[in-house]
Design a protein around this ligand. Sequence first.
Ligand SMILES: [Zn+2]
Length: 68
Amino acid sequence: MRKWLSAWSYSDLEYKLTYKCQRNGIMVELVDARCTSQKCCVCKTIDKASRKGNRYNCRHCGNACMQM
Ligand SMILES: [Zn+2]
């Protein structure tokens, strides 16, 4: 029971931390199949101007994606 509880607390903390980081735009989401070169993987806005090199800084929602 105690072991289960601590494991739950850890994942809960991890979740909150990840959520907070994403909210603050600190966490750079590594690109996945949803991220195309000119499309935001969060709000799905297609904006050529948001693409800078291998980074996508969405002007619409503030999401920062790194394209590998
Ligand atoms: Zn966006």
